[in-house]
Design a protein around this ligand. Structure first.
Ligand code: ADP
Ligand code: MG
Length: 248
């Protein structure tokens, strides 16, 4: 039993509306796991439960064998859970490199041995991230001036400075063109190989099916299928609920 993240019977009610319904799933270390489903299925709500932005109405969140259901969001970030948001949250009036630097400075202020990269090491960490994400060529551009595809990479870079062991990515490829999405998939695999497990919410089926080791399908708040990309694409309920209308 070495599930690294384990959701146990998670439900979330908003008033009388059930957004997440008795969801149980695991993320194994060293994998890229997908979460797909129609709009309103509860994907972002589930990410908010994992990162601590909302408390589940019932159920438990286990991470590295600890119950973190009641842990504050910033403490979850410190123990290695990073995330990006569906809606881009960059400092628009700062350059690409300064967006990354600010995140690194904030994480250093936490004075946490996991992430403390002080002095000249800080610059080399920024260079490493710029190099890995391919953002070096736009390092001095204002965040507001770069195309959305690259802005998504800045958002990813800002999550990477926290040295996460688990990265939650909420529709990270939206706004990227096909070529950008393809290289984004390769980047995710590289990050995974470097020891970062990834939980990916994404509408781009080519990215999900080419990149994920396992895929979970959510519909009306419930997991209706789990399996390899090949299994999911053949799954009758999934084709009905989702791929049937979205397949391209
Ligand atoms: N803060 C909230 N208050 C009330 N309802 C919400 C809130 N957040 C999400 N919902 C509802 O919960 C359901 C799941 O939303 P969401 O998790 O954003 O879905 P997805 O990310 O899969 O598109 C939707 O019906 C949405 O309207
Ligand atoms: Mg969402």
């Amino acid at each position: 039993m070495n599930e690294f993240l384990s959701l146990e019977n998670i439900s979330v009610y908003f008033g009388g509306h059930i957004a997440v319904n008795e969801v149980s799933l695991n993320i194994e270390p060293g994998t890229i796991t997908g979460l797909i489903g129609p709009n309103g299925a509860g994907k972002t709500t589930l990410f908010n439960v994992i990162s601590g932005l909302i408390s589940p109405s019932s159920g438990r969140v286990m991470f590295a064998e600890k119950d973190i259901t009641s842990l504050a969001p910033h403490k979850r970030a410190r123990i290695g859970i990073g995330r990006t948001f569906q809606k881009l949250e960059l400092f628009n009036s700062l350059s690409v490199v300064d967006n990354i630097r600010v995140s690194l400075e904030i994480s250093n202020q936490w004075n946490n041995s996991r992430t403390a990269i002080l002095g000249s090491n800080m610059n080399s960490e920024i260079e490493r991230i710029l190099d890995m994400t391919g953002l070096d060529s736009v390092r001095n551009s204002m965040a507001s001036e770069i195309p959305t595809g690259q802005a998504r990479l800045v958002e990813l870079s800002r999550a990477l400075v926290l040295s996460p062991s688990l990265l939650l990515l909420d529709e990270p490829a939206s706004g990227q063109n096909d070529e950008e999405t393809e290289s984004f998939g390769l980047l995710l695999r590289k990050l995974c190989d470097s020891g970062i497990s990834i939980f990916l919410v994404e509408h781009d089926m080519s990215l999900v099916m080419n990149t994920c080791d396992l895929v979970n399908v959510l519909d009306f708040g419930s997991v209706i299928a789990k399996g390899s990309p090949a299994e999911i694409q053949e799954h009758e309920l999934v084709i009905e609920a989702y791929l049937g209308v979205k397949k391209r």
